[in-house]
Write a protein that binds this ligand. Structure first.
Ligand code: IMP
Ligand code: MG
Length: 179
């Protein structure tokens, strides 16, 4: 694991190692297998951050999972002045499907609440959350995540899909901001 990493104007120190992440992912995968085997589960990985977590998680799943990548985009609606959220990339119908949203990190929970609202309107049979990281002290989301890799303090982290101004996603481990 690289020691200190410099991204733009900030420096980051090693926080969660690649080995620790991979071990935890295997545990999550067997938990998901137990819960979803025979249910034809559909996993929706949220871009960009969740790409690496989703890829590694999928290598271990034995519940015959389906995968789609989605992205949340916000735009200013034409008829109202308010911001409208839209989920792009969804190609299959979610009706009566068992859906698991894969995220990189849950911070305030605002993003996940939006995703949940958009997905619930598609009437899935069930909807659950699988996130690599959770900041429990800042999370105010309406839905409790069922599958969590690691709970962390309210600190800024990068690596393993997570970015600081679009850089650092390629790091195979998680790094924390040095203050
Ligand atoms: P939320 O809506 O506050 O839960 O924030 C979710 C989004 O903020 C995540 O999907 C990340 O893109 C970003 N984010 C939150 N905390 C961090 C962090 O520590 N490092 C990098 N990105 C973060
Ligand atoms: Mg994200």
């Amino acid at each position: 694991m690289r020691s200190v990493v410099h991204i733009h104007d900030l420096s980051f120190a090693p926080f969660i190692s690649e080995t620790t992440i991979q071990t935890r992912i295997q545990e999550l995968a067997s938990q998901l297998d137990t819960d979803y085997i025979g249910k034809d589960p559909l996993f929706l990985a949220v871009l960009n951050g969740a790409f690496m977590f989703a890829a590694d998680l999928f290598k271990h799943l034995k519940c015959q999972p389906e995968l789609s990548f989605v992205k949340v985009s916000s735009y200013v609606g034409t008829k109202s002045s308010g911001r409208v959220d839209e989920l792009i990339g969804l190609q299959t119908s979610l009706k009566k499907r068992h859906v698991i949203v894969i995220e990189d990190i849950l911070d305030t929970g605002v993003t996940m609440d939006k995703i949940f609202t958009l997905l619930e309107s598609e009437q899935p049979a069930s909807l659950s959350i699988c996130s690599m990281l959770l900041k429990p002290y800042s999370y105010k989301g309406k839905h409790q995540p069922k599958y969590i890799g690691f709970e962390i303090e309210d600190q800024f982290v990068v690596g393993y899909g997570l970015d600081y101004k679009e850089h650092g996603r390629e790091l195979p481990a998680v790094y924390q901001l040095i203050r």
